[in-house]
Design a protein. Structure first.
Length: 217
């Protein structure tokens, strides 16, 4: 049987026929509920016109922060939530919120399509995200005149193992984000040519190609 190495934080939504080996190479470090920016955003939660979610981790951490602050996130987000893709949509549904729109392309660029035809007047957007998220979407919205609050919910750090699994019996490696690419190369010096890399999204693939070239060089 083939072995697939999965690098994401959770195997909850993984559909794989191979023997799956889970090696989370990214540690999520949520911000403190006492963070001034988070407290302010949650106090004003019901005042936003739309809520943008670009990862299942952002959904999970956001709802846990709301619970800590006793904020009814479900009530505020219902009928106003946008999702980057099926995994994120599933996470929203698990919290009791049905997304009103899901991006056709699972990227920040894909998310921007929803707002391309919308008029920015009085539209306030809350965008919970990783502190390492690309700036594209927030910049796009602000340049178009939308009031966008990009709320950094958590930091990501590589998880480094003393003895990570040997790659000799691995046929496929699944990368779920640019952070997992960094995490992989923090644990392994190179990516063997006989292994097939699989990517969730073109941004992750592009980041891998650059990082892999650097590692090889």
């Amino acid at each position: 049987m083939k072995n697939t190495l999965y690098l994401g934080t959770s195997v909850e939504n993984v559909d794989c026929d191979d023997n799956l080996i889970h090696l989370p190479v990214v540690k999520l470090c949520p911000k403190s509920p006492s963070n001034a920016y988070i407290k302010k955003a949650l106090e004003q939660l019901s005042s936003f016109s739309y809520y943008i979610f670009t990862s299942k981790n952002a959904v999970r951490i956001f709802f846990r922060l709301c619970e800590t602050q006793k904020v009814d996130a479900k009530k505020a987000l219902e009928g106003k939530s946008l999702s980057i893709g099926p995994f994120t949509s599933k996470s929203l549904r698990n919290e009791g919120v049905e997304p009103i729109w899901e991006a056709g392309s699972y990227t920040q660029e894909g998310m921007s399509v929803f707002f391309s035809a919308n008029k920015p007047a009085s539209v306030r957007i809350l965008y919970p995200r990783s502190s390492r998220a690309r700036p594209y979407l927030a910049t796009f919205l602000r340049d178009r005149g939308f009031i966008c609050t990009a709320l950094d919910l958590y930091d990501t750090k590589p998880l480094i193992y003393t003895n990570p699994p040997s790659l000799t019996q691995i046929s496929t490696v699944i990368f779920t984000s640019p952070s997992t690419v960094e995490g992989f190369f923090s644990n392994y010096k190179e990516f063997p040519s006989e292994i097939t890399p699989v990517f969730q999204g073109p941004i992750t693939e592009s980041f891998f190609r650059k990082k892999h070239k650097f590692a090889v060089d």
